[in-house]
Design a protein around this ligand. Structure first.
Ligand code: BES
Ligand code: ZN
Ligand code: ZN
Length: 504
């Protein structure tokens, strides 16, 4: 059995004064961010000013506008000088931050000082936020299983120097925590993260944060008539599948204002319609939606938001076996809708259909679901953007702008009713998907909409940006954990009740 790591290892402190030689001596590496043409007086105030001025000159026309050297102090502290690259979007600024932090990390510092000088206050704060976001992501170790552990010392401490006034890092650190949780679970191999272990690990993690966890197991789901979920889970070799229900309640609040739902397919073989090798290879990550819902819940809980939140994780494998569901099976979901099965690889929408229908019975103000749902969403957007869909047209602009601010970019797709013609079934209420295959991300969203009552504002996020080779924005790993930061951005200005009103 695998152990949960400590997800909050990085220690961050802020010092107010201009750094002294003594402070430099206590650091393994110091990162200094300067305007590209700073006034002379700025260097005069700094110890080692002459050397820093020389380094600044070197940054011109280099990759990510940065240069690295060693200070002439007793410790020979590593130093990286960098200038902002004029990036105007949050996405580009976060990408810059990832490159700068990668550069500092090559020195393997256990403690890193960060000094941002000569920028206007708002810019100083956002730059520090971006660097901390990148550092939190880079410092966090994704699970590895090497018999001989690497000796590389992780980054353990950040000291923000000359930080006056102090920068409020609460939100950015909560986002990092949620993102690290999402990436850690998604990175686990499928034999380590089976349904039983996922339940155990999630329960243990939630206990740390005062979040309640229960499971709707297969027998309870049977009683609830959740046959769409069970159609997928019936192919498993064990009976451990289920919907993990997590509840965050601030004092005095009984109900979830916000309902998060996540696709938790632990391994997607495609089922009876088996995937070929390359398409199946990374399908242990098909639970990323559930990990993002979990990460977002914990992030919001650590911020002690004043509303209740549930996260319901639909956890099962999608296997090829004698008991696996088949094309042309007819399944009746928990809300009574009958479904004609076309393709067993469209399992995500099956488990989400029942999870959404059951979650809606809690009468939340807003439902948001996260799922690595369709290959066509990746074809449409590549892995740089995720697709968003909603039963409220006003959500599109809101989500787009939240994506721009968060640096987790999303693009809305149409949800017009006439798409339903492509899901018309002669024998059931609806087809699970179309035989044709094109526009499947839109059809999948239309399919899911049949399981969400019209009076509940609902947002569906198809996580095409859940994995991106070489990382994305501030995230350095292929697994991006995309969605946690976006969710916090969306809810930072308003709680779910106000959000629902804004969407109506
Ligand atoms: N998990 C996949 C979708 C996916 C594939 C997401 C690759 C991200 C990367 C999903 O369950 C699936 O297999 N969808 C099918 C649907 C089709 C059979 C209608 C697909 O996209 O091919
Ligand atoms: Zn599938
Ligand atoms: Zn899948």
């Amino acid at each position: 059995m695998i152990n949960l790591p400590d997800f909050e290892l990085l220690k961050i402190s802020q010092l107010s004064g201009i750094p002294t030689r003594k402070i430099y001596d206590a650091l393994d590496h110091v990162l200094i961010i300067l305007p590209s043409d700073p006034p002379e007086t700025l260097f005069r105030r700094l110890p080692q000013g002459t050397q820093l001025r020389r380094l600044l000159k070197k940054t011109r026309n280099t990759k990510a506008q940065s240069a690295t050297s060693r200070l002439n102090n007793s410790k020979a502290t590593g130093v990286t000088v960098a200038t902002l690259d004029g990036a105007t979007t949050a996405f580009n600024q976060l990408t810059w931050a990832r490159k700068i932090i990668t550069r500092c990390s090559q020195d393997q510092p256990g403690n890193l000082g960060i000094l941002v000088l000569g920028l206007e206050e708002e810019k100083r704060q956002s730059t520090l936020e971006n660097l901390v976001a990148a550092a939190e992501a880079a410092a966090f170790q994704l699970p590895t299983f090497k018999s001989v552990k690497k000796t590389k010392a992780p980054l353990e401490r950040i000291k923000i120097l000359a930080s006056k006034p102090r920068v409020n890092l609460n939100t950015i650190r909560a986002q990092a925590l949620g993102n690290n949780i999402a990436r850690w679970f998604t990175a686990l191999p499928p034999n380590k993260l089976d349904a039983k272990n996922y339940r155990k690990l999630v329960k243990a993690l939630c206990a740390r944060y005062g979040i309640q966890a229960t499971v709707l197991d297969e027998s309870k789901l049977e009683r609830l008539g959740a046959n769409a979920f069970l159609a997928v889970s019936q192919g498993n070799a064990n009976r451990d599948a289920g919907i993990i229900q997590l509840r965050y309640r601030p004092p005095g609040i009984k109900y979830p204002g916000l309902m998060l739902v996540g696709k938790g397919i632990l391994f997607d073989t495609g089922g009876t319609n088996l995937k070929p090798f390359k398409s199946m290879l990374d399908m242990h990550m098909d639970m990323e939606g559930s990990a993002v819902a979990l990460g977002a819940l914990i992030a919001l809980a650590t911020l002690e938001v004043p509303y209740g939140i549930d996260a319901w994780l639909a956890v099962t494998e999608n296997r090829l076996s004698a008991t696996a569901y088949k094309s042309q099976d007819i399944i009746q979901a928990a809300n009574g809708t009958t479904i004609q099965i076309i393709h067993t690889d469209a399992e995500g929408r099956m488990v989400l259909a029942d999870t959404l229908a059951l979650a809606a019975r809690e009468k939340p103000d807003v439902i948001i679901d996260y799922a690595t749902l369709t290959g066509t969403c990746v074809s449409a957007l590549t892995e740089r953007y995720s697709g968003v869909f909603s039963n409220r047209i006003k959500a599109n602009a809101l989500l787009y702008h939240a994506g721009v601010s968060a640096g987790e970019r999303v693009w809305p797709f149409p949800m017009d009713e006439d798409y339903d013609e492509m899901l018309h079934s002669e024998v059931a209420d609806i087809k699970q998907c179309s035989e044709a295959g094109y526009g499947d991300h839109i059809l999948a969203a239309r399919f899911l909409s049949k399981f969400v009552p019209k009076d509940i504002p609902w947002i569906h996020i198809d996580l095409s940006a859940g994995q991106h080779k070489g990382g994305l924005a501030h995230i350095p790993s292929d697994i991006t954990g995309f969605g946690v930061k976006l969710t916090l951005e969306l809810l930072s200005e308003r709680g779910p009740t106000a959000l629902a009103k804004e969407l109506s």
